[in-house]
Design a protein around this ligand. Structure first.
Ligand code: ZN
Ligand code: ZN
Length: 297
């Protein structure tokens, strides 16, 4: 069966995240490597990293994803913030290598939105990513030889609204940026995609989306429902089946073939109640097994 799971907390140490993920029935999961709203970092004790790696192996949790800190803005025009963001993303990559996580996910910031006036931001973003990955050399072979990190970097789409009267293009831009920077691929967030104008609830919408990912690997799907409507530009995640995408919309998305087939799914759905994660895990399992799910309202 396709691998799926949720974002879990590392409170109490990295090995605790494994326990949480396993208890929920996850086969893959995502974490923050530190408080996502702080520039402060503390080291990861070798013993803790070793325990994480061996326990993870035992539990068969794979792949493991780290979501980069929310404060990053790799396309900021503020040089200080941009440099700090490059430093932080490098730290996230190092931390991934220390605990043996497979991928780090970073939002494209203000970049990869539609409209020409963002090309400057896109260039800043790509320069920053290349500097983190050490892929700035003109010769692509040279870049591969000097691979700085074992973990791969994934670029995630944002919820930016499409330009008025214009079909969405942010995924095309994201794919291009991943290819040009030497990132390992992209992470497609269903809530962000829907909010940025991609109608994943319709089969022609999926075909349109798939065409824009050409040439790039989709390595992760953030499977979230969306509180906002199609093209709303709102980054408001909702429980599976309870937002604008809905169960039928999610079924349409999951039923679509390459490049999305078999890609691991992680939910970043609201966690207000103890019951929330188990409920979304249940819905995901039902959606994946093709069983009839019913939306509880
Ligand atoms: Zn996401
Ligand atoms: Zn989001």
């Amino acid at each position: 069966m396709r691998r799926f799971g949720v974002h879990v907390s590392i409170a109490g140490g990295f090995p605790k995240a494994l326990e949480r993920a396993h208890a929920l029935g996850c086969t893959t999961f995502q974490i923050f490597s530190h408080s996502p709203r702080s520039w402060q970092l503390s080291g990861i004790p070798e013993e803790e990293a070793r325990k994480f790696r061996s326990e993870r192996e035992k539990l068969g949790l794979d792949p493991v994803f780290i979501h980069a800190c929310y404060l990053l803005n790799l396309s900021s025009e503020n040089t200080d913030l941009r440099e700090k963001s490059v430093w932080m993303l490098e730290e996230e990559m190092k931390r991934a290598d220390i605990i043996g996580a497979d991928y780090v996910i970073v939002h494209s910031g203000r970049a990869a939105t539609d409209g020409e006036d963002d090309s400057g931001a896109n260039i800043l973003f790509m320069e920053a990513v290349k500097s983190v990955l050490g892929t700035g050399a003109k010769n692509k072979k040279e870049n591969k030889k000097k691979k700085k990190f074992r973990a791969g970097l994934l670029l995630e789409n944002t919820a930016a609204a499409p330009a008025p009267n214009h079909p969405p293009e942010s995924i095309k831009m994201l794919a291009r940026m991943a290819l040009e920077t030497g990132a390992a691929g992209i992470c497609f967030d269903t809530c962000h995609g829907f909010a940025s104008g991609y109608d994943i609830t319709a089969s022609d919408g999926m075909q349109f989306l798939a065409r824009q990912t050409q040439g790039v690997e989709v390595r992760l799907i953030h499977m979230n429902d969306s509180r906002g409507r199609l093209g709303s530009g709102l980054d408001r995640h909702e429980h599976l089946g309870k937002g604008g995408i809905g169960l039928d919309g999610l079924r349409n998305f999951l039923g679509f073939g390459p490049p999305f087939r078999d890609v691991p799914l992680i939910m970043e759905t609201p966690k207000k109640k103890e019951e929330d994660d188990p409920m979304n895990m249940r819905t995901a399992r039902e959606l994946l097994s093709g069983k009839k799910t019913h939306s509880e309202t």
